[in-house]
Design a protein around this ligand. Sequence first.
Ligand SMILES: Cc1cc2nc3c(=O)[nH]c(=O)nc-3n(C[C@H](O)[C@H](O)[C@H](O)COP(=O)(O)OP(=O)(O)OC[C@H]3O[C@@H](n4cnc5c(N)ncnc54)[C@H](O)[C@@H]3O)c2cc1C
Length: 302
Amino acid sequence: MLINKAGQYDVIVVGGGLSGMHAAIESSRHGARVAIISKKKTGKSGASVVSKSIHRFSPKDPSFKRTYQNKALEAGRFVNDRALMEVLIDNGSDSVENLLSYLPKLHLNKNSLDYLLSSNTAYHNPKKGIFLTSKIREYIENLASISIHDGFTGVEIMTKNNSVCGLIVENNNELQYFSAKCIILATGGYAYIYRETSTTNDETGDGIAMALRKGLQLTDMEFVQFYPYRVVSPAIHDIFPNLFSEGAIFLNEKNERFMADFPKQELENRDILAREIFKQKEVFLNIDNCPLSYLLRESPEL
Ligand SMILES: Cc1cc2nc3c(=O)[nH]c(=O)nc-3n(C[C@H](O)[C@H](O)[C@H](O)COP(=O)(O)OP(=O)(O)OC[C@H]3O[C@@H](n4cnc5c(N)ncnc54)[C@H](O)[C@@H]3O)c2cc1C
């Protein structure tokens, strides 16, 4: 089979979401010539465009570290990968600020520990993640050292003498070869394999599969976050937790409020609530006690 050689780079980043774009910018800052290979449009695809907020991120001040660490462990039910958690805590703050420094018009809300521990959100835009990602794409378009290849699907990592030497990609039903000594896989997750999902249709675990085919070890693949607030019948509709502060409840097929005995009831952490929903045969959203004015304002579809 004839495969065209499409280009030679120092670094190939596979994936045009937030992680891929950030990795590309950082690589170019270190003097590398970079290609972004993205199945869908860079900066306009992946879960990054549908997420809304930069959530709690680690504080800069080392004296806050312990408190933050304990919170993170508790939220992770103490099965956190501690080494990864350290990386997040040590670098999270600088990394987020670094990313936002390319975009002078975007600011974090606040950077105090009180704020970070009491609020969920350091950056929020109701227009969803695409506001952030499209601005980062514009920034990248002005960097001569990064070339964007949209509509190119990474298929196979190539190696020679046990070292990476390039990537086979598919574009318009043709295979092409990009050579590079370094490949960064940033193809997102695999949540699109589920029947019901709010992620984008390019989340099919391609990078994970490519890594696995090369014999790389995958870890923690069972950790998938299920957002437990989605009505699927008579129409698909995402609902938001504040509906439950306004009187909504979940009932099962026996008309029982199965979350009644949990400390936070329907507002329990997502993993707990998702597990309880999964245990029921059927789950119904009951909004009889929600004020009509609230529903009309916040959730007219319901
Ligand atoms: C509905 C929803 C809401 C969310 N809300 C939040 C939130 O508020 N705050 C938060 O912190 N997180 C949130 N998340 C999680 C967050 O969006 C993701 O963790 C993050 O965006 C992942 O970024 P990424 O760059 O790794 O992957 P993605 O943004 O998914 O990007 C993957 C990229 O890889 C490309 N790609 C895939 N396969 C290939 C291939 N074979 N070859 C080339 N390119 C490929 C895709 O086209 C895409 O460009 C949310 C997720 C969802 C689904």
